[in-house]
Design a protein around this ligand. Structure first.
Ligand SMILES: Cc1cc2nc3c(=O)[nH]c(=O)nc-3n(C[C@H](O)[C@H](O)[C@H](O)COP(=O)(O)OP(=O)(O)OC[C@H]3O[C@@H](n4cnc5c(N)ncnc54)[C@H](O)[C@@H]3O)c2cc1C
Length: 367
């Protein structure tokens, strides 16, 4: 039995803790805030899982493994926090994200359906699309109810023997020797130290990660026009509209309809810029990108902005860096939630010798 110390109680840290406990190890989780922490990237009513990944074949393939890992988690929790609404990428121009996703599906033989413009509008009667638009639907995809997942997962790991130290900020780490130092100066040492600190990593390991780009992204919850409430609820999640600019998550299990616009992000750090938002200005920026395609565009009432932060460099590939006994997970982008349980299992598998750290790192990078 080894001791696995984890910094961060987001989906990555909690998933590592669960995988560690299932394999008979000791798990200690240090979290700077409450557990779960509403400021973590892993905390929102929903996050999307979808196969559409443009031309990134490695990540498209990984989604099947991710679904299997979620199924194992649902078995452990005795409940599922996922609604299979399917997901659609909508093409507005040649060679955009939807077309790239379609080519990837064809290349790897992934089950899908292509709909012409009328077909997409039948599935999504709240949309009116331009001439030549079309869509590619993957039958499996939709909302993972993120805040319920991290809440239940945190309880599961405690029930199965993990030690979770909430409100315990790690102020220094010695990854080579697997040591984390708490604010009161006490330390804890692991055979493996997993650093899953999300957007706070550059502040924790400034020498190595201080220059990493951290982005703030706002997502907009909206109340759609009454006549489209049901159609939004029943439609698939939109994984992309045009060149990966917009996405939507349907209002299932009371989570609300949420709209995201990838271009609505800016460089910012959580510890400096905080979590405030301007509902009017941000909702205008996010919904503005969609309004040309919405029926009754002025009938959408923004209700709140959910603010989150993530590390993202231009490679847009997850990074798993081994530093002696330390393992740093970073560059999670707006993408890691769906892979969290799978990555947790792989990290513990790597620690036990199932694969090398270099292979794990290549896999995480989608190669
Ligand atoms: C707006 C937005 C939309 C997204 N949409 C999707 C999506 O649709 N699908 C998808 O798959 N992914 C999505 N993502 C990405 C996904 O949510 C993240 O990649 C994932 O949640 C990262 O998990 P994590 O555990 O690495 O980090 P986090 O969830 O951020 O957890 C890190 C934890 O570490 C703690 N911590 C940090 N520093 C310290 C310290 N020094 N000491 C102790 N604790 C510390 C933090 O408090 C935090 O709780 C989105 C992200 C955002 C922000």
């Amino acid at each position: 039995m080894a001791r696995i110390v984890i910094i961060g109680a987001g989906i990555v840290g909690l998933s590592v803790a669960r995988a560690a406990l299932k394999n008979g190890h000791e798990a200690i989780v240090l979290e700077q805030g409450p557990v779960p922490n509403p400021q973590a990237a892993s905390f929102d009513l929903h996050r999307m899982i979808r196969y559409q990944y443009g031309s990134a074949e490695g990540y498209t393939r990984m989604v099947t493994g991710a679904f299997d890992a979620w199924d194992r988690l649902w078995d452990d929790l005795g409940t599922d926090h996922f609604e299979n609404t399917g997901s659609i990428a909508i093409s507005l121009a040649p060679d955009d994200y939807a077309e790239k996703s379609l080519k990837t599906f064809q290349a790897i033989g992934l089950n899908h359906e292509v709909l012409d413009r009328e077909g997409v509008e039948r599935l999504c009667p709240h949309l009116t699309l331009p001439e030549g638009a079309w869509g590619v639907v993957a039958a499996r995809g939709g909302p993972l109810f993120a805040s319920r997942i991290v809440t239940d997962l945190a309880q599961w790991v405690v029930d199965h023997g993990a030690e979770i130290e909430a409100n315990c900020k790690v102020v220094r780490v010695d990854p080579e020797n697997g040591i984390a130092e708490r604010a009161d100066g006490t330390t804890v040492e692991g055979d493996l130290l997993v650093i899953a600190a999300g957007a706070w990593l550059p502040g924790l390991l400034p020498d190595r990660y201080g220059d990493n780009a951290v982005y703030r992204q706002g997502l907009c919850y909206v109340e759609p026009p009454a006549r489209y409430k049901e159609s939004w609820r029943n439609a698939p999640a939109i994984a992309s509209l045009g060149d990966h600019t917009g996405y939507t998550l349907p209002d299932r299990r009371g989570a609300g309809l949420k709209i995201g616009y990838s271009a609505h992000r800016r460089l910012a750090r959580p510890e400096q810029h905080g979590f405030d938002s301007d509902l009017e200005a941000e909702s205008a920026a996010i919904l503005g990108a969609f309004k040309p395609y919405f029926n009754e565009p002025d009938g959408y009432q923004p209700t709140r902005i959910q603010v989150g932060f993530y590390v993202l460099d231009p490679s847009r590939r997850f990074k798993v860096d081994q530093l002696g006994r330390g393992l740093v997970v970073t560059n999670c982008d707006g993408q890691m939630f769906k892979f969290g349980p799978l990555l947790g299992e792989r990290i513990v598998g790597m620690f036990e010798g199932a694969e090398s750290a270099a292979d794990l790192s290549r896999w995480a990078a989608g190669h």
